[in-house]
Write a protein of this length. Structure first.
Ligand code: FES
Length: 148
């Protein structure tokens, strides 16, 4: 399952939000993940993964709830923000720096960058496709008063 799989190009990862895609775990269950390009300038020449990170798209406050509302989580000043109750996660380390799960870490997926492309190289997950999981209705009732 550890084959290198292309997720997206660096150009496709928004700088003010995250790039949403789907992975399957070892049991074949689909989950959502997000790519973050924190502080990465627009470039096709970038050859390292510095500033590029990848996380499962589930909060550490309620771990069955997605960070976003279906189109990637917002980012502000190098932090990923949970759209539900406003927890902040450092985009590089995944640590919650503010909010109800402060001190907890997002679940990291291993990626690498090569010639402007971002590839999933994680032993536990394989790339399925871009966008949200169609059948994931775990958090559709969640409401938010957080404005971005
Ligand atoms: S579910 Fe993310 S802060 Fe509550």
């Amino acid at each position: 399952m550890a084959a290198t799989q292309r997720i997206a190009s660096l150009e496709e990862v928004p700088r003010e939000s995250t790039f949403l895609f789907r992975v399957a775990d070892e049991l074949g269950d689909e989950r959502e993940a997000i790519l973050v390009a924190n502080g990465v300038e627009s470039t096709e020449e970038t050859a390292s993964a510095d500033g590029v990170s990848c996380w499962l798209n589930y909060c550490q406050h309620f771990t069955h709830i997605k960070l976003d509302k279906g189109d990637g989580a917002p980012m502000r000043e190098g932090e990923v923000i949970c759209a539900n109750h406003g927890a902040y996660f450092d985009a590089d380390s995944g640590e919650c720096t503010f909010g109800p799960c402060e001190g907890a870490y997002l679940t990291e997926l291993e990626v690498t960058v090569d010639d402007g492309g971002i590839y999933l190289v994680d032993d536990e997950y394989e790339f399925v496709g871009t966008g949200p999981v169609d059948t994931d209705d775990a958090d559709l009732t969640s409401t938010s008063n957080v404005e971005f």
